[in-house]
Design a protein around this ligand. Structure first.
Ligand code: HEM
Length: 163
């Protein structure tokens, strides 16, 4: 474990590298799918985690969705902001909080923007929950709304801590 900023104490349990043991995707109008994902929450001394998400096809090993961002905490509080860029041309500003007793982080979009040539359907909202299942197992659930589909679950994954 790297030395993390003291402001991150309420979410110290997120620190590190995580790799899926089970990654599943759903959405009303697409076939169910599985995926592999590596997550990284790394503190380099600031009151935030530098965040990376890299996912790939479980058999073909080809790259799928990717995210780069910063999960910041307002020092002395449990308030979070998550600035994320997605490789398909979306940026999301998500805000929320961490529940220290249940070891959960809950985030919802407060702003979304996309590149001029993004493909429809357009994402309208994202909600995600990270929940610590045990010392070395994490669960992530992601819901989204698009301009054609109401808020529905898109992803559910369980990760094991690898570092
Ligand atoms: C489809 C957004 C993460 C895999 C979609 C669609 C959207 C979307 C808008 C199109 C849905 C539709 O046609 O109605 C997002 C967002 C993500 C995310 C906002 C994260 C915040 C992921 C991840 C994976 C993934 C991590 C897997 C590694 C897929 C697949 C499809 C899909 C396989 C179906 C593609 C197709 O049928 O062409 N996603 N996605 N997504 N997503 Fe995601």
């Amino acid at each position: 474990m790297s030395k993390i900023h003291e402001a991150l104490a309420p979410i110290s349990w997120l620190e590190g590298r995580w790799s899926t043991t089970d990654g599943r995707g759903y959405y009303p109008n697409i076939p169910d799918f599985t995926y592999h994902e590596d997550l990284e929450f790394l503190c380099i001394g600031q009151p935030m985690y530098n965040f990376l998400s890299t996912s790939r096809h479980p058999e073909k090993q080809t790259p799928m969705h990717q995210e780069r961002g910063f999960l910041r905490i307002k020092p002395g509080t449990n308030e979070l902001s998550f600035v994320v860029s997605h490789n398909f041309g979306l940026t999301s500003l998500e805000e929320g909080l961490c529940e220290t007793e249940t070891h959960q982080v809950i985030l919802e979009t407060v702003n979304l923007s996309r590149i001029s040539f993004a493909k429809p359907p357009f994402v309208k909202k994202i909600k995600r929950v990270f929940k610590l299942l045990s010392d070395d197992h994490l669960e992530a659930t992601l819901y989204m709304e698009t301009d054609t589909t109401p808020m529905s679950e898109h992803l559910k994954a369980v990760y094991k801590k690898i570092q």
